[in-house]
Write a protein that binds this ligand. Structure first.
Ligand code: PLP
Length: 395
């Protein structure tokens, strides 16, 4: 079979399975309301948890950054793309996370691939929660280390795996807040199990920064865990920070090692300096967004209580990620389409992004929403659920 035919067959197969991915074209900046195809939709699927992606001060810093530094960085960090703006942001992120140093990466995906591969290889072992983000799983697979997964948040399973190892070095890797379920890793227990077995620990807190902990310092701050307990800490800048990019925070030795050995750090162009400038502005806002975080918590409570009284089962999540498990892919797609008809944008997340039989509506709430908008969503969900349920029993 030639390539063209093979691809066509795979596309047709995906379509049949209700797993075909399509993109809707957004016609406005991120916010509680998005324009799509000329109509406004209430946005319940972005990761812009604090509404910073279109915040006037962040946008102004991006403008000023472009005026000061131009559009592009021109080269990788190790050649001559590492500007004073990047450097200042790294110092501010180190201070923010309470780590010795921080290092910018161009995306979270690249940070995860590059960090795992700089730390472990053949003869070592990587242990990951089954529900870790794809970039962490890919990093583990690529590393050449013995790659094993443990059942989601199952500490007995993790301990058993850690204790039964002939590897030179073990690395435990986990999401702080799980991106498709919204629950948190049991970090205190993971820290303890890692320490007891001389394993290193890496936490990806893409969804914890900005939303959890004092001043939005994330999951490790929430649990009071320092650099010795969590030596490798990853953050992304495209979620609550509202901009783009990622960082790793940890010891001097860790960061210097990444600069020497992390291929996704070394062999790629540095972020535009203007993005670093915008992120410095968003970091200041994120730190001081206590009111926004409180408001967000109120919306989360309102949403959870609302679902409860509608008889909709929620996951064990206190984060802005509030998924509703639907089960079948087709039903998740129908409900998402009905929600759009009713003016709410909630994306259906299907396998292979989530395990088989757990297709879901991944609702995310942000500080930019108000409580009337959450009420509208609850009403729409109720309608979509009853309609999807009716259709399910038709022949
Ligand atoms: C979004 C996400 C990433 C990827 O970050 P990007 O900067 O978007 O590449 C990594 N890890 C987790 C847990 C994420 O949710």
């Amino acid at each position: 079979m030639n390539l063209e035919n093979r691809l066509r067959a795979k596309l047709a197969e995906r379509q049949m399975a209700h797993r075909y991915r399509t993109r809707r074209i957004v016609g406005s900046p991120q916010g509680a309301i998005l324009q799509e195809g000329g109509r406004p939709l209430l946005n319940f699927c972005s990761n812009d948890y604090l509404g910073l992606a279109n915040h006037p001060l962040v946008v102004a810093a991006l403008h000023q950054g472009a005026a000061d530094w131009g559009a592009g960085s021109g080269a990788s960090h190790l050649v001559n793309g590492h500007s004073a703006e990047h450097h200042a942001l790294e110092e501010e992120l180190a201070e923010f996370t309470g780590r010795e140093r921080a290092l910018l990466f161009s995306t979270g995906y690249m940070a995860n691939i590059g960090v795992i591969n700089a730390l472990v290889g053949r003869g070592d072992r990587v242990l990951q929660d089954k529900l870790n983000h794809a970039s962490l799983l890919d990093g583990g697979l690529l590393s050449g280390a013995d790659f094993q997964r443990y059942r989601h948040n199952d500490m007995a399973h993790l301990r058993a795996r850690l204790e039964n190892s002939g590897a030179d070095q073990q690395l435990v890797v986990v999401d702080g807040v799980f991106s498709m379920d919204g629950d948190m890793a049991d970090l205190p227990a993971i820290v303890e199990a890692s320490r007891a077995n001389n394993a290193w620990l890496m936490v990806d807190d893409a969804h914890g920064f900005g939303t959890l902990g004092t001043h939005g310092r994330g999951t490790t701050d929430y649990f009071g865990l320092n650099q010795t307990q969590v030596p490798v800490l990853i953050g992304t800048l495209g979620k609550a920070f509202g901009t783009f990019g990622a960082f790793v925070a940890g010891s001097e030795t860790l960061i210097e090692s990444l600069i020497q050995f992390s291929r996704t750090y070394i062999y790629t162009t540095a972020l535009p300096p203007a993005v670093a400038a915008a992120t410095r502005a968003s970091l200041r806002l994120l730190r001081d967004a206590e009111e926004g975080r409180q408001h967000l918590q109120q919306l989360i409570t309102q949403f959870r209580q609302g679902c409860d009284s509608l008889g909709m089962a929620l996951m064990d999540s206190m984060s802005p990620i509030q998924p509703l498990i639907v089960g079948s892919d087709a039903k998740a797609m129908r409900m998402s389409a009905r929600l759009a008809e009713l003016g709410c944008w909630v994306s259906a997340i299907r396998p292979p992004t989530v395990p088989e039989g757990t297709a879901r509506l991944r609702v995310t709430l942000t500080a930019a929403h108000n409580s009337e908008q959450v009420d509208k969503l609850l009403e729409a969900l109720n309608d979509a659920a009853s309609q999807a349920g009716d259709e399910e029993v038709l022949p």
